[in-house]
Ligand binder design. Structure first.
Ligand code: NAD
Length: 247
C-alpha cells in the first residue's frame, strides 16, 4: 500500500519536542483482540460487549461477565504486539517528551516496549476484589465463578473500568496534562465516542497542537483533525516512522 505521509507533517514531527498519543481498541484489532464495535466470535456473538462491560451487568449476572472476561483474557494472553505497536515504541525514542495514553486493557503497548504507558481503563490481566478494591494475585480455583476474595469473601472482578465507572484519577490527570502541553497529538484506532478519553484530542486542538488521526473509519474527530490518515495502524505507523526518522 503506497501510503503518502504529507511533507508538512513530516516536518512537524522532526521538530517536535513534545507529543502525545491516545490509542483505542483499533490498535489491538490486528493483534486478534476484537474491538467492542465489531462482531464477537463464537459463543459470545449474541452478546453486546457494551452491555457486558458495566457494573449493572456484573450485579445481575456476575458469572456471565466473569466468563466473558476469562475468554477475553485468554485472547489477550495469546496476542502479540503488531508492527504498529513496535513503531509507536520507536517513536517514543525519537521525541524527547512522549506520552502514550491508552484506553486498551491488554498491555500490548508495554509488551512492545513503550515506556510509562498511561492506562486509562485499567488492565484485564489484573484482578481485584469488587468489595474492597484490593488487587488480588491468587485465589482458590474452587467451583465459585467468579472466584471469591481470599481476604473478605467478596466477588472478584477484572481491574478494568466499566462503562459508567470513574477513571483512575492519577492516569486521567496525566492524560489531561499531556494533551494540554503537547505540540503534536495522535488519535489512533479509537472511535472518539467514549468519554472522557474522547475529549483529549479536542483539548489538544484547543491549545494549538497539531492533531493527527489514524483510523480507516471517520469519527467525530475527523472533521477537526489537522491530518487524517485513513489506514490501518499496523500499516500507517511504520510508514510514518520510516518517513520521519528513517530506519
Ligand atoms: P472502539 O471499539 O469504540 O473503536 C475502535 C476504533 O478503531 C474504530 O473507530 C475503528 O474504526 C478503529 N479501527 C479498527 N481497526 C483498526 C485498525 N486496524 N487500525 C486503526 N484503527 C482501527 O474502541 P475505543 O474507542 O477504544 O473504545 C471502546 C472501549 O472499549 C474502551 O473503553 C476500551 O477500554 C475498550 N476495549 C479495549 C480493548 C483492548 O484492550 N484491546 C478491546 C475492545 C474494547
Amino acid at each position: 500500500m503506497g501510503f503518502e505521509i504529507p511533507a508538512s507533517l513530516i516536518n512537524h514531527l522532526r521538530e517536535c519536542h513534545s507529543a502525545a498519543a491516545l490509542s483505542g481498541a483499533g490498535t489491538s484489532a490486528e493483534s486478534g483482540i476484537p474491538t467492542f464495535r465489531e462482531a464477537q466470535a463464537g459463543l459470545w456473538a449474541r452478546y453486546d460487549p457494551q452491555e457486558l462491560a458495566t457494573p449493572q451487568a456484573f450485579q445481575q449476572d456476575p458469572r456471565l461477565v466473569w466468563e466473558w472476561y476469562s475468554w477475553r483474557r485468554d485472547l489477550v494472553r495469546k496476542a502479540a504486539p503488531n508492527q504498529g505497536h513496535h513503531a509507536l515504541a520507536q517513536m517514543a525514542m525519537h521525541i524527547p517528551e512522549f506520552s502514550l495514553i491508552t484506553q486498551n486493557v491488554d498491555g500490548l503497548h508495554q509488551q512492545a516496549g513503550s515506556p510509562q504507558v498511561i492506562e486509562l481503563h485499567g488492565n484485564i490481566l489484573r484482578t481485584r476484589c469488587a468489595l474492597e478494591g484490593t488487587l488480588i494475585e491468587q485465589w482458590m480455583s474452587a467451583e465459585d465463578i467468579p472466584p471469591r476474595c481470599p481476604n473478605c469473601g467478596g466477588l472478584l472482578r477484572p481491574d478494568v473500568v466499566w462503562f459508567g465507572e470513574s477513571l483512575p484519577v492519577d492516569a486521567l490527570e496525566r492524560a489531561y496534562h499531556a494533551a494540554d502541553r503537547c505540540e503534536v497529538f495522535f488519535s489512533i484506532g479509537t472511535s472518539t465516542l467514549v468519554e472522557p478519553a474522547a475529549s483529549l484530542p479536542f483539548i489538544a486542538l484547543q491549545q494549538g497542537a497539531v492533531v493527527v488521526e489514524i483510523n480507516p473509519q471517520s469519527t467525530p474527530l475527523s472533521g477537526s483533525a489537522n491530518y487524517v490518515l485513513p489506514g490501518l495502524f499496523s500499516v500507517v505507523l511504520p510508514i510514518l516512522v520510516q518517513a520521519v526518522w528513517g530506519g
